[in-house]
Design a protein around this ligand. Structure first.
Ligand code: ATP
Ligand code: MG
Length: 403
């Protein structure tokens, strides 16, 4: 079978493949990009596999970078593009369920495709657009099936992360996991314990963001993979409820985690521990906490000025989008207007500064100053005082006198 229209991403790289061939080696496009092209999906990275050894690739191309030479990957810089070119390889004797003990370079494409995780990821394409399909990946693509290459039990034993990858492809592509493959996940899910949280986290977050989350969450729960994911062990019921939410695709990672956490119904402290356990970045953790706070507020009423000010417009709008999952209408335009109407959007816009207050009250700096600034900020946001120096100083004086 031949791909009729070869996407630009491949066309640009054809020169590189031809150059490798001119030196007497084989070269193909492989992996996710071939799968996505056949599915008419946008392509991100074009991976190239070759029979040439890394040293041979380095002799062919003047500009290369060793990015993973032990695994056979060399980055080739060509025109303005860069391509990862990986030598055909086999992986053998996985003793720890996650890393091959030994990577062996081989000259055979078939051997290379055989070590890949799923049939739909084991397709190759040559420079003419001809698809090389040695494991019936095309049939599985057509039937929308995720099937391990070869014996699924062996494949998950070699690398347990593949189970999570299978689930995330089910979500991203809206495919069904083939029954033998699913059975092997069911049987070997405890091997996920051997996999680093970071790697599981990448796959789980892609699963959450996929276009058919539910299609992956149900097997994720049923096979009990969730029991080997941080913080989820005792939350089967809650996860089922999460999977039962409207299946509309989520837009951002923070939305995905916030929605999940809302359904898990954890305390503030537990939320933080949960996100930490998943090894998410501090930045993301903060975003999720903000979203969750906003969501809880918004589910019990309308925005107050103070919350809008604290969270900022972007977070507030993101919260609005989550309301859909709780059968509540989002009011994006109204929220935007309400936000723009706030008298100030940043503490720096207050027309008195800490220094002004120090001079005015002729007092030493201390906790009182921060408290006072906060009071003034709130008062301005809630339109209790105008944001002018005169009004603020008089309001400050009244506040201090009341204490
Ligand atoms: P994405 O679109 O998310 O990048 P992908 O299929 O390209 O999906 P990658 O993680 O980029 O996924 O891996 C590229 C290819 O390498 C896969 O298509 C697959 O053939 C192979 N691969 C990746 N991880 C594994 C694994 N754990 N076991 C076996 N093969 C793998
Ligand atoms: Mg990829």
């Amino acid at each position: 079978m031949k791909l009729d229209i070869i996407p630009d991403e491949f066309t640009k790289a054809i020169g590189v493949l031809e150059e490798i061939q001119a030196n007497g080696f084989e070269a193909y496009f492989v992996g996710g990009s071939v799968r996505d092209a056949l599915l008419n999906k946008p392509i991100h990275d074009v991976d190239i596999a070759t029979s040439a050894y890394p040293e041979e690739i380095k002799q062919i191309f003047p500009r290369t970078i060793d990015v993973g030479i032990d695994h056979g990957t060399v980055l080739v810089l060509s025109n303005d593009e860069q391509y990862e070119i990986t030598t055909f390889r086999t992986e053998s004797t996985y003793q720890d369920f996650r890393r091959p003990d030994k990577v062996t370079f081989v000259r055979s494409l078939k051997e290379d495709l055989k070590r890949r995780d799923f049939t739909i990821n084991a397709l190759a394409m040559d420079v003419s657009g001809e698809i090389i399909d040695l494991f019936d990946g095309m049939a599985d693509l057509q039937q929308q099936i995720i099937r391990a290459v070869g014996n699924p039990k062996e494949r998950f034993h070699e690398d347990a992360l593949r189970m999570m990858r299978g689930l995330r492809f089910a979500s991203q592509l809206s495919f069904t996991i083939e029954s033998e493959t699913l059975g092997a996940i069911q049987e070997f899910h405890p091997l996920l314990e051997k996999i680093s949280v970071e790697r599981i986290s990448v796959e789980f977050s892609k699963l959450l963001l996929g276009k058919n989350r539910k299609k992956a969450l149900l097997p994720f729960i049923k096979t009990e993979c969730y029991q080997y994911c941080p913080g989820l062990r005792n939350y089967g019921e809650e996860l089922l409820r999460f999977s039962d939410l409207p299946n509309k695709q989520l837009e951002t990672e923070s939305q995905a985690w916030a929605l999940l956490l809302k359904l898990l119904n954890l305390s503030e402290k537990e939320v933080r521990d949960f996100l930490k356990a998943w090894k998410l970045s501090n930045h993301l953790i903060h975003e999720v906490q903000q979203l969750l706070y906003g969501l809880n507020r918004r589910l019990s009423g309308n925005w107050c000025s103070q919350d809008l000010f604290q969270l900022g417009l972007e977070t507030a709008l993101s919260v609005e989008k989550l309301l859909f999952y709780f059968d509540k209408k989002s009011t994006l335009e109204e929220v935007k207007e309400q936000y723009l109407r706030l008298p100030i959007h940043d503490r720096k816009q207050l027309l008195v500064s800490g220094n002004d207050l120090l001079n005015y009250f002729d007092k030493k700096p201390g906790k009182w100053l921060g408290d006072l600034l906060e009071t003034l900020e709130s008062a301005v946001i809630n339109s209790q005082v105008a944001n002018t120096k005169k009004d603020l100083l008089s309001f400050a004086k009244d506040t201090i006198n009341k204490e």
